[in-house]
Design a protein around this ligand. Structure first.
Ligand code: SF4
Length: 207
């Protein structure tokens, strides 16, 4: 696990739960509006936080915190994720996993081993337009597989789209919503500041 940060207390990141947030480093997408470039671009990564420091913190907060949000970056890229989740579950926490849906096999293992209690997955665009947002070519069937798995899991879940109006249209948003039957689907505004920040980091990355 490469952990890039920890928020020790949040009331807004895990619906209905007082939680901590763990940020993993690294991502296989390069979204135009990425809000966390310092967790994505290799030259911006800070020294990782030891996993044991996070577990030690969680051990001390048992009874105060209820849940842990694991987000990124993209958590499912990490080979140690499943073991890390098992260690957090052993402490009695609920886990919310944020993912871009590119590793359905990891998602499947987490679901089958009952290591996850809530899944939030980004739907970047209608599948045929994905690469316009993510900046990388990707087999859209993999995204579809993760979507289907989450719906079939019986777990609480949320799909969400950042509405980048330079690329997406209202019809695109409707098509994404239709693809999940409009259930547990949220559209969030694409904040200009996030896009500018990401663009600056990309420029820097290219130097
Ligand atoms: S998937 Fe998330 S973390 Fe990765 S580049 Fe896109 S917005 Fe950033």
């Amino acid at each position: 696990m490469k952990i890039g940060g920890l928020i020790k207390f949040t009331l807004i990141d895990y619906p209905g739960h007082v939680a901590a947030v763990v940020f993993t480093q690294g991502c296989n997408f390069r979204c135009r509006y990425c809000h966390n470039p310092e967790l994505v671009y290799p030259h911006l990564l800070q020294e990782s936080m030891p996993k044991d420091d996070v577990l030690s913190f969680l051990r001390k907060r048992k009874g105060t915190l209820e849940g842990v949000v694991i987000t990124g970056g993209e958590p499912t890229l990490h080979l140690g994720l499943i073991d890390f989740m098992a260690e957090i579950k052993a402490l009695g926490y609920k886990i919310k996993l944020d993912t871009n849906g590119t590793k359905p096999e990891v998602l499947q293992e987490a679901i089958e081993r009952q290591l996850v209690d809530f899944v939030a997955m980004d739907l970047k665009a209608p599948l045929e337009k994905y690469s316009l947002i993510t900046g990388v070519e990707f087999d859209p069937k993999i995204i579809q597989k993760s979507m289907d798995m989450i719906v079939a899991s019986g777990l609480p879940y949320e799909f969400r789209t950042t509405y980048d109006k330079e690329v997406l249209t209202d019809e695109d948003i409707q098509a994404i919503s239709d693809s999940v039957q409009g259930k547990n689907y949220r559209v969030q505004e694409c904040l200009p500041v996030a896009k500018e920040k990401a663009a600056l980091k990309v420029m820097h990355d290219e130097v």
